[in-house]
Unconditional design. Structure first.
Length: 299
């Protein structure tokens, strides 16, 4: 039996976990064909089939399941050993994989990430904007970002940004034609643009003033998961839009949109970077956590 190399073993674990060559390739930033070649080489070296492949699925064989169970902690230990050495470098190297909501990707990260990468040229960031509440660790990410009501209790959380707020906006032409709501329940009589998340749900519009909380489910001519389409439709006078203030700040400043019900929309806590409590952190993640903490301390 030929001695398999570590890279081929690592490729096997990626494919076996993802149950897909394409999925594993997307997570690793490599081609599916390179993973397929690594698996063919590994199976030839071992003389055992490790994966059952069909046109629709990839599943480990019994031998593959046993190998995966042994390799997973072993490769994790190898990664930790390399990260401990990496920590002694003046600037860490490696890949930082983050899963964040669209609001963080569009509002917080455009300013933060370029400066982090400039400070740490050896780090490559792979950032997925995703509004679904995935298990970031099971999906192969180092950390994620969420708002406090969605944080898991066994995670370490570090503030990424200061308070944010929602606003309700409409175009001057829309208000001229339909008037302005004076109370949250008045929006039920207006055409509204709704946002639908990738998991299929739409959020209620929530208002708060003097301890009173009002939630409404408005209707309207447009429901979409595209923030760009929502903004364009609102500026075109299709209806009212409730969204993060940061999404529409430029349109408000330019006079293309105007806010209403501001006294019913107080600020709320900004997003948090979250990651598991563990003794050893990947060096790129440690560098990012330290960078975020320093940024927040300097504000």
């Amino acid at each position: 039996m030929a001695q398999p190399n570590l890279a081929d073993l690592d490729a096997f674990t990626a494919v076996a976990r993802a149950r897909s060559f394409r999925g594993a390739a997307a997570q690793r930033g490599v081609s599916a064909s390179s993973l397929s070649e690594a698996l063919r080489r590994l199976e030839a070296d071992l003389g055992v089939r490790l994966l059952n492949r069909t046109t629709r699925s990839v599943t480990p064989t019994e031998a593959g399941e046993r190998l995966l169970a042994r390799l997973t902690p072993a490769l994790a230990d190898v990664g930790l050993a390399l990260d401990e050495v990496n920590a002694f470098r003046d600037s860490p190297t490696g890949v930082l994989k983050l899963n964040v909501p669209g609001a963080v990707a569009r509002i917080v990260f455009p300013d933060l990430i370029p400066r982090f990468l400039a400070a740490h040229p050896g780090v490559r960031a792979e950032i997925t904007a995703d509004d679904a509440f995935v298990d970031v660790l099971a999906a192969g990410y180092d950390a994620g970002a969420r708002y406090d009501e969605r944080l898991e209790k066994d995670m370490i959380a570090v503030p990424l940004a200061g308070p944010q707020r929602f606003v309700v906006v409409g175009s001057p032409a829309y208000f001229a034609a339909h008037g302005r709501p004076a109370h949250p329940r008045d929006v039920l009589a207006h055409a509204c643009i709704r946002h639908r998340f990738t998991h299929g749900t739409s959020y209620a519009w929530e208002f708060e003033k003097d301890g009173e909380v009002i939630r409404v489910q408005p209707e309207g001519p447009l429901i979409t998961n595209s923030g760009e389409l929502e903004l364009a439709a609102c500026e075109a006078g299709v209806g009212l839009l409730a969204t993060f203030e940061g999404f529409v700040a430029g349109s408000i400043a330019a006079g293309r949109l105007e806010t209403v019900l501001d006294d019913w929309l107080p600020p709320f806590s900004g997003p948090y970077l979250y990651y598991p409590s563990r003794r050893h952190m990947p060096a790129p993640l440690r560098a990012f956590v330290d960078f975020v903490k320093a940024e927040r301390a300097g504000r």
